[in-house]
Write a protein that binds this ligand. Structure first.
Ligand code: PMP
Length: 415
């Protein structure tokens, strides 16, 4: 009976790592998955994480089941980190927070809530977006469509297109927004644009649904990176926010994140939370405790919290250096007279970001197949592994490899 099952295609992002592993060339470089590496291209465990883990050992913390909604101390600090501890919605207890299986699992739980309580409602996602968004809504059987976001002509935000598409969407749609460091473009709306987006969402009775996977990495400030979410919350709107600690605390494999639902009343928040728990129970019963304790210890302790911010600055600084070196190398190597200043302009905007550092290697108006050909050349000829949409993760690049990567990009761009 299993004979009838066909082979699934490799995942467009995680499949890149599988292909990378199978390549024996010593020049190979994995810029596909967005994981931070050191200058030696080694995985990095934050010192604050090690300290938090030591604390857990010293305290002899046990491993019994968490409640379905997760660790209370984690849920408290994660909502506070997102919204600010003195936010009215927190004081009024209008936020339903449930610990999720990192960003993905939290998005998936929210998708299940939408499917069950808003049958037929549509989710609008940006074009382009992180590839897994589509899978999540497909598997949750939630209909989705795209709104315009990236404009290749300006290498910026297609703000008019975005607003028009939000206006044209059926009333009461869910609008998926990247809280900061939009993946893959790295382009975020300005504060003024966020206000206008909020205006349209309110006019159309849409429900904002934020995905916050890079808090602390876009602007270098945890508060500033949550400003988009806080702006919507301050308007008294109901909204959903999925959070991830994969990147900012380097907790990728611990699968730690949360889904927050800001409701209009304390009663509604309690009811929503009860339903999120009901949805979680048959899916995975209850979430893992290890990452939740790490976050609770780091975010909840003023000394460790400051150390965390310093470590985030260090990671962001390394990436910034790599970005500059790559730009310099590209400018020096490309003898075609091509103006790389677009990239430079783009990178300056993105300079202090991490994997948001998604860089389009391809600006000329060519067909989709050409774009694919370019990334294939990068991989097949140069052993540089990346996603087919032309995004590279600068978090996985080091100074030593910048020249080599610039050679690969120039060759792939022109041939
Ligand atoms: N949303 C976006 C936009 C992301 O880039 C990512 C990570 N690449 C995630 C969510 C979720 O990642 P995780 O499940 O590891 O938290």
């Amino acid at each position: 009976r299993f004979e009838g099952i066909t082979m699934a295609p490799p995942d467009p992002i995680l499949g890149v790592s599988e292909a990378f592993k199978a390549d024996n060339d010593e020049k190979k470089l994995n810029l596909g998955v967005g994981a931070y590496r050191t200058e030696e291209l080694q995985p990095y465990v934050l010192n604050v994480v090690k300290k938090a883990e030591n604390l857990m050992l010293e305290r002899g913390e046990y491993k019994e089941y968490l409640p379905i909604e997760g660790l209370a101390a984690f849920n408290k600090v994660t909502a506070e980190l997102l919204l600010g501890a003195d936010n009215t919605v927190i004081k009024q207890q209008r936020v339903a927070t449930v610990q999720g299986l990192s960003g993905t699992g939290s998005l998936r739980l929210a998708a299940a809530l939408i499917e069950r309580y808003f049958p037929g409602a549509k989710v609008l996602i940006s074009s382009p977006t992180w590839g897994n968004h589509k899978n999540i809504f497909n598997d949750a059987r939630v209909p989705w469509s795209e709104y315009r976001y990236y404009d290749p002509k300006t290498v910026g935000l297609d703000f008019e297109g975005m607003i028009a598409d939000l206006k044209a969407a059926p009333e009461g749609s869910f609008i998926l927004l990247h809280g900061c460091a939009h993946n893959p473009t790295g382009i975020d709306p300005t504060p003024e644009q966020w206000e206008k987006i909020a205006d349209v969402i309110q006019e159309k009775n849409h429900i904002p649904f934020f995905d916050v996977a890079y808090q602390g990495f876009a602007s270098g400030s945890l508060d500033a990176d949550a400003a988009s979410v806080r702006l919507f919350a301050a308007r008294g709107m109901e909204l959903l926010v999925a959070q991830s600690y994969s990147k900012n605390l380097g907790l990728y494999a611990e699968r730690i994140g949360a889904i927050n639902v800001i409701c209009s009343s304390v009663d509604a928040a309690a009811r929503v939370k009860s339903q999120l728990k009901r949805l979680a129970r048959p899916m995975y019963s209850n979430p893992p405790v290890h990452g939740a304790r790490i976050v609770a210890n780091v975010v909840g302790d003023p000394t460790l919290f400051d150390e965390w911010k310093a470590e985030m600055d260090m990671m962001a600084g390394r990436i910034k250096g790599v970005r500059q070196k790559l730009f310099d190398s590209l400018s020096a190597k490309d003898k075609s007279g091509k103006d790389w200043s677009l990239y430079k302009a783009d990178w300056h905007v993105l300079l202090h970001r991490i994997e948001q550092s998604s860089v389009k290697i391809q600006r000329k108006p060519t067909s989709r197949s050409n774009k694919k050909k370019e990334s294939e050349n990068m991989t097949n000829k140069w052993h540089v592994y990346m996603t087919k949409d032309g995004r590279i993760s600068l978090a996985g690049l080091n100074l030593a490899k910048c020249e080599y990567l610039a050679d690969a990009i120039v060759d792939s761009y022109h041939n």
